[in-house]
Every structure is written in C-alpha cells, then in structure tokens.
Design a protein around this ligand. Structure first.
Ligand code: SF4
Ligand code: SF4
Length: 422
C-alpha cells in the first residue's frame, strides 16, 4: 500500500492511493465556545439540499450535544472502540510524542498509534462499521444533557453545579459537516471509484452515476457523513455548496462565497475559506495573512476533530474552554491545553482575527490589521492583558476589500421613533 504524509499526525501513513493534492483546499474553523445549538445551520442545509423523499434521515450538517449526543448515535465512541481494540491486538501505542514537532512539518508532534487505514481488517481498506437503522433515528438525541464525567471515569449528572474555569457539570455543542478530508476514508473504501476529490478545491464528491450503493463509504467514514439515500439507493454526502464556492450561484454575485451552513450561523462561530496547498509537501502553503492559515498553523487555536483517525479532516475547532481536558485531548489531540490557553487570553492579532467571523458571506483570502488605541487593561489569570481597538480589514479573491471591522463593537443608538420596532 502506498504511503502518504499526514501533517496532523506528523508522519507518513498507509493510504490506498498515491499522494495527490488539490491547488486549494476547502477548510473552515468552528469556534465551539460560541455555538448556541440554534440549528440554523442544520436547517439552512436541509432546506437547500436534502428535503426530498429518501432523505428524511439525511443531515449533512448536524449539531449534537456532547458527550452523550451523536448522529448517528455513538458514531465516535464506536469508531474509537474499534480502533482501540485493533491497537491492543497489534500492540500499538496510541500516544503522541509532542516533542517531535520537526520544524513545522509536524505541528502537533508525532502520533504513534494506528490510523483507521492501518488498522483495517484483511481485505478492507478502512476500519469501520455500518450504523444500524436504529442509530439513525434521532438527529438530536440527548440535547442539552449534561454530565459530571471528568475523564477519570465518573459519569452521571452532577448535583454540585458549575464552578469556573472547570465546571463540575458540563456539555457542549459540536457542529459537524463532512470534513472534505485530505485522505478521505469514504474515497479509500469505494470499490467503484465513485468518490473523488476535486483538484481545484479539495471538495469530496460522490459521482451519482458510478455509485452502486454498496455502502462501503458509509461504513468507512469515521465521521459518518456519507449517508445512504433510501429512495435512490445510492450514497450522498455534503457537496460543500460548490456552486457558491465557484461563485456560480445567482446570489453570490460571481465571487467565491461561503456555504449555506456557514453564512446562516447565528452564533457567528464559523469561518470558511480556501487554503493554498504546497504541491511538494502536500501541506498548507505558507499564507501568513489568510485567516484560516493564521488560526490553524500560526496561532494554533483551532484543532482537527479526532486526528488519530488519519483522514486529515479540514474542519478545525476552537475547543470549549470549560470542558475537562482529558475529554478534549482524546477528541482534538495533544495541543488542546495550549489552544485553550491562547484563546482565553488572546494576543492582539488573535483578537483582531476573531472579529472576522461572520461579518460577510464572501470568502476571505487575506486580512490586514491597522493598529488602534489602547482601550482597556486588566489581568487574566494573573497575567497582564491589554485591549486595543484595532481595525481588521478583509480582502477577497481578487484583492478587493470586502469589509473592515473593529475589535470594540460599535454602539448603535436607536433613534427614539424606532424604540419599539425591529
Ligand atoms: S468526513 Fe467522511 S464523507 Fe467527508 S470526506 Fe471525510 S471520510 Fe469522506
Ligand atoms: S447556526 Fe451556528 S450557532 Fe447555530 S447551531 Fe449552527 S453552528 Fe451553532
């Protein structure tokens, strides 16, 4: 089997196809700290793409309450257990060596365990499972159910209430879409070669003509985002609203525009983009003032979901600061503590870049910061913190300014005659 380089794992790994990379990669950052589970994203997607007969259970975007919720039910726990059992059988050590950062080639260190490709049973390309019909029944099961699980084995609902910075009872909302993975498990498993990754933007699509509905992709995708259509009897998945990315949907005005789930986000948790890929290394090319490059590769506040699966997912999460760290480490890898530390006491640049979320639906390709006056001083966990009212300017694909915004939110005073209107 060929070997490919997975930068999230800091090492080469087995994959059924030779390494190939798109010119740009569809990617996004979701800030979990801000999600309110309003499900506007879910309904924006549903009402655009999956409202037909046979798609009743199809939610390309879903928002689940962790730790108990999941769609399909227990998708992550089941895959983690399969992987854990395989590692045990083969004596693999699923540990991260964070000392091995190797000049930016391995920003999270090196993962020593098996990936789902490496743990595949004989005759299969990926270790996975097909969810039962019952597991697809409840898209939002356990909504708002909290736990006192602290990562040390205690479970159940806490009667003690919440204490910052680590709550004794907790839950959080995990918004999920297809990760348009660099090494898609769905693509690896398809015996018909019906799944492909677009060379221009890395979006992963199912060729509806070639698919025969074997559901190998449904079993293989660890995130369970390849979903079988019960009417057409073939598989469908998130298409990353590619007519919008291409600027071909009428509403886009001809410019690359973010997906429906991103633009609808009420909590302003999402920022989507197209990152440049370096052809030689297959990694993200250095693009210092692309906001996604900055958040993922420079500030390192946004992390991949279950990187140990090995698919190199392209949706990144700013982890929730109130959740016990052992739970977050198994979900987002070993960099969680540093990411939360930086997010909770952001430096001047990070604070400015965080203002870019959901100010515009056009894709931001570059930002620039104009320094503003000092407005506030305090201490955060004993360290001095200064707030500057900087202005951040966003530029589009053609270098044109899209918008500018400030760190301090402007105050709009409502005129008297409009006090009781919206
Ligand atoms: S998340 Fe699943 S369906 Fe999407 S590209 Fe990755 S493996 Fe394929
Ligand atoms: S629209 Fe945004 S805030 Fe609302 S559930 Fe979706 S991701 Fe969360």
């Amino acid at each position: 089997m060929p070997k490919v380089f997975n930068w999230q794992l800091g090492r080469r790994m087995h994959f059924p196809y030779e390494e190939q990379h798109p010119q740009r990669q569809f990617a996004a950052v979701f800030n979990i700290n801000r999600c309110i589970a309003c499900q506007t994203c879910t309904m924006a997607c549903k009402s655009t793409w999956t409202f037909s007969k046979g798609q009743e259970h199809v939610w390309w975007n879903n928002v689940e309450t962790k730790p108990y919720g999941g769609y399909p039910q227990h998708w992550d726990v089941q895959t983690l257990k399969l992987l854990d059992d395989a590692q045990r059988r083969r004596g693999a050590q699923p540990m991260w060596n964070i000392a091995k950062q190797e000049n930016g080639q391995a920003p999270y260190g090196r993962y020593g365990g098996l990936t789902l490709f490496e743990a595949a049973p004989s005759g299969e390309q990926v270790l996975g499972y097909l969810p039962s019909d019952a597991e697809w029944r409840f898209p939002n099961i356990h909504e708002d159910s909290s736990t006192k699980a602290d990562g040390a084995g205690s479970l159940g609902i806490s009667k003690e209430g919440a204490q910052l910075p680590h709550h004794k009872t907790w839950f959080f909302y995990l918004a999920r879409i297809c990760n348009h993975c660099t090494y898609p498990a769905c693509l690896a498993a398809c015996p018909r070669k019906a799944i492909y990754k677009r060379p221009e933007d890395g979006i992963v699509l199912v060729d509806q003509e070639r698919c025969r509905g074997y559901r190998k992709c449904v079993a293989a995708c660890p995130y369970k985002k390849a979903i079988f259509n019960l009417q057409t009897r073939i598989t469908e998945k998130c298409i990353a609203c590619y007519p919008r990315i291409e600027g071909k949907e009428p509403l886009t005005g001809g410019v690359p525009t973010e997906t429906r789930c991103m633009t609808a986000c009420v909590g302003q948790i999402r920022l989507q983009g197209l990152v440049k890929i370096d052809h030689k290394s297959g990694q993200w090319a250095e693009d210092r003032y692309n906001p996604l490059y900055y958040l993922v590769r420079v500030a390192k506040v946004a992390l991949p979901l279950y990187p140990q699966f090995g698919t190199e997912p392209n949706i990144y999460y700013i982890p929730p600061r109130w959740v016990p760290r052992p739970y977050l480490r198994q979900m987002f890898g070993p960099w969680v503590d540093e990411a939360i530390e930086r997010y909770t006491a952001p430096d001047r640049e990070l604070l400015a870049v965080l203002q870019l979320f959901r100010r515009d639906r056009r894709i931001i390709f570059r930002y620039e910061i104009k320094e503003g006056p000092k407005v506030y001083e305090t201490t955060i966990r004993g360290k001095p913190f200064t707030l500057y009212n900087d202005t951040v300017i966003a530029y589009g694909h053609d270098g044109q300014e899209l918008f500018r915004t400030t760190v301090e939110e402007p105050i709009h005073e409502r005129p008297k005659e409009r006090y009781n209107s919206i």
